[in-house]
Design a protein. Structure first.
Length: 175
């Protein structure tokens, strides 16, 4: 009888080095770079009026620039159209302004066109006023906007980045 023996043959196994497929990774990063480039320059700016010096603020947020009301030294205006003289507004002591209400009613769209957000919060409006505008004048403009369903009110300011703002007192010093 022949004895059968089993021999195990060990073949040398070629070691595979792990590789990383960089093509897919580069595609993802390329798309990401293009996305960031396309969206990085999308800052919202409003048209700056030379006769208005905006107050400074550290507030962060975006606004809807659909309609801008400018409160200057002598007139309240929308675009290039002067609506009412400030001397007339100062006599109202914070009550709505009839001339501005009439102009806003022209700007208002029909209630059927309102989005769900606009139905809840009102139409958007930005008020751009000089930092020296009296509070009663600003209150009159805001009351008129609210009365005409422009309740999503944004106040235009200069955005101050970082640091503390100094508040000036009436005697010229800072608080």
């Amino acid at each position: 009888m022949l004895a059968k023996s089993t021999a195990l043959i060990h073949r040398p196994v070629a070691k595979k080095t792990p590789t990383l497929n960089l093509v897919s990774l580069m595609d993802i990063f390329t798309i990401l770079v293009f996305f960031l480039l396309m969206n990085s320059g999308d800052s919202q700016e409003i048209e700056k009026a030379n006769f208005i010096q905006l107050p400074d603020s550290m507030a962060k947020g975006a606004f809807q620039n659909d309609l801008t009301i400018m409160i200057g030294d002598e007139f309240i205006q929308i675009g290039d159209e002067q609506i009412v003289a400030l001397s007339e507004v100062e006599t109202l002591n914070g009550k709505p302004i009839a001339q501005l209400a009439a102009r806003l009613s022209v700007e208002k769209k029909s209630e059927a066109d309102y989005t769900a957000f606009e139905q809840k919060n009102g139409l958007p409006v930005t008020i751009m006023g000089d930092q020296s505008v009296p509070y009663t004048t600003l209150k009159s403009v805001m009351a008129t906007c609210s009365q005409e369903n422009f309740r999503d009110i944004a106040l235009a300011v200069n955005q101050v980045v970082g640091g503390l703002m100094s508040v000036s007192s009436t005697d010229g010093g800072s608080l």
